[in-house]
Design a protein around this ligand. Sequence first.
Ligand SMILES: Cc1ncc(COP(=O)(O)O)c(C=O)c1O
Length: 404
Amino acid sequence: MDGTTSSNLTGDLAGTLEELRSRGLFKRERILTGPQDAVIHTRLADGTIREVVNFCANNYLGLANHPGVIRAASQAMERFGFGYASVRFICGTSELHRELESRMSAFLGTEEAILYAAAFDANGGVFEPLLDERDAIISDALNHASIIDGVRLCKAQRYRYAHADLTDLETQLRAARDAGSRYRLIATDGVFSMDGDIAPLPGIVELARKYDALVMVDDCHATGYLGPTGRGTAEHFGLQGKIDIITTTFGKALGGASGGCVGGRREIVEMLRQRSRPYLFSNTLAPAVAGGTLRALQIVEEEPERCRRPLELARRFRERLSAEGLDLLPGETAIVPVMVYDEVQALEMAERLLERGVYVIGFAFPVVPRGKARIRVQLSAAHTTEQVDRAADAFIAVARDQAL
Ligand SMILES: Cc1ncc(COP(=O)(O)O)c(C=O)c1O
């Protein structure tokens, strides 16, 4: 190995890391000392442990530390062991995996579903086996990084439309059709993770029909709580059964462990089982995760009021902050982006809120565009109304202190 090249690289990296530190943009990982829940415990730099109310987990339904989910996960582990030590097609498929696939496809309103170790892998592996250079993917500009990576791994022609802009989507669809593409696929998040808004799915489906395109929705931030029975963005708009491909995660509302899936037409899912690289060349989902996620799905079906709770709390939180003149991105999901714009001010605001017992994160470039820094607040069925009101009070006080 060439020592000079290696030390040049580490020298360059050290410089970049130092620049991030000096600009206040270096991400530090906070250490929790217990489970993920509405109230969490975090170890501070001086070693003391602080109790704070958590508003930055994707634990929309409060199932991450739910006793029933934990019991189901441990029963699955007792029965199927800790690990399965195989990819699916060799000896990594258990009855639990098949059951979860069939429950997920029924839940999403698709013909079939296939599990992945993460939704990141689902998005990374969904395009390449289905489309090639004769085809076109038309992708929303704010789509999640995993969709962007998945599209990069596929040979299809790439088109990007301005975020949620149906006029631009039509322009791109027309361009893709006029360029002679064989198949066209529109790819969009269902709920956008950083802006908390919902994709204009009725308009997208209509344009897909007009331009003979397929529609793929990444519903990671919607599955479990959006729509009358928590089935996600398609259900929210009364479009269940009309979306060609849905990808989603088990790492957020559905218990928050890990794993994801793709739901779609039988032939699409069968082809993914044959050719999708993150599925073929990566270990199967741990039995405990499959068992716990199955129980989480059952809870969603049995407790529809749990699905409504994060939306009700988000509405309440929004109303309090808006009434005090704080700048929020408009929306109706469990994600409430409080706009700060200045990157350093956003990180500072998160620190001050922590001192008041409210745990949130400031997001800055490259996670959001430059000059659009924000605090993303995520509401959960685990929160009490009182916790949400106290968080709103803290936001209002800190915004006043910082003259925002
Ligand atoms: C929209 C979206 N898609 C995909 C993912 C990846 O999900 P997973 O954590 O299951 O890999 C995320 C997670 O942050 C997400 O927000």
